[in-house]
Design a protein around this ligand. Structure first.
Ligand SMILES: Nc1nc2c(ncn2[C@@H]2O[C@H](COP(=O)(O)OP(=O)(O)OP(=O)(O)O)[C@@H](O)[C@H]2O)c(=O)[nH]1
Length: 209
């Protein structure tokens, strides 16, 4: 990787949180906003951390806001594009950007280490996977993709991350499930609903014992 250091990180929080019924990034999880837990997990793994959300997002005060560039084109790809442009302007000239969603509070502490280990060129997208499932929002993106992604978004109505990724070299790195007294925890467990929030609280409780 350029700079041979950790990549900058971007938390994607530009979604509508319809299933949660309120902004999920700032939803309290065991007494703390979920996004604080995610930021805490990521900070030691990245060179800098920013938040992608809509202009005016009030959920987090201590992260720089990177707004979507294509407000008429919703979807996480718009956040990735905004993040790639943001990262390209950073002083240490990173080669890649790490993205994670705002709803995965159990991110592995070796997430970046393992993804970066496979980022051996400037073109390959390195994705996280678990239990045989790829998580396309949890990925290392080469900064060199920015113009290509912008062109794709301008010329196609397809907003699926998987469709864009399928056009590029990509590799998925599998992360193990974790056995806990509350059951098996997927490190990329997604908190989308109030019920998921309750499940996540149970895991936090047993993991903190
Ligand atoms: N920048 C950006 N990110 C988005 C957008 N839509 C979804 N995301 C992000 O993509 C990730 C996955 O989103 P989902 O959980 O599928 O959707 P959501 O809108 O957050 O939640 P639901 O409305 O319940 O589907 C999350 O990190 C979202 O914040 C968008 O329009 N712009």
């Amino acid at each position: 990787m350029t700079g041979d250091g950790n990549p900058p990180g971007l938390i994607l929080a530009g979604g509508l949180s319809r299933r949660m019924g309120r902004d999920k990034a700032s939803a309290l999880l065991a007494g703390r906003p979920m996004i604080d837990r995610i930021a805490e997990r990521l900070r030691p793994q990245v060179s800098s951390l920013a938040l992608n959300a809509c202009e005016g997002f009030a959920g987090v005060r201590d992260l720089p806001l990177v707004p979507d560039l294509h407000m008429d084109r919703p979807g996480p790809l718009a956040g990735v594009l905004a993040g790639l442009r943001h990262a390209a302007a950073l002083p240490d000239a990173p080669g890649h950007l790490l993205t994670v969603p705002a709803d995965t509070p159990f991110l592995p502490t070796d997430l970046v280490l393992r993804l970066v280990g496979q980022a051996d060129d400037r073109t390959r997208i390195v994705l996280a996977s678990s239990a045989g499932q790829i998580h396309p929002v949890i990925a290392l993106w080469p900064l060199s993709l920015a113009d290509d992604l912008e062109g794709w978004m301008a010329s196609s109505d397809n907003r699926r991350l998987q469709s864009y990724i399928a056009r590029h070299p990509a590799i998925a790195i599998d992360f193990a499930l974790v056995d806990t007294p509350a059951g098996t925890l997927d490190p990329f467990f997604n908190v989308n609903t109030p019920e998921d929030l309750a499940t996540a609280e149970r895991f936090i409780e047993v993991l903190s014992r």
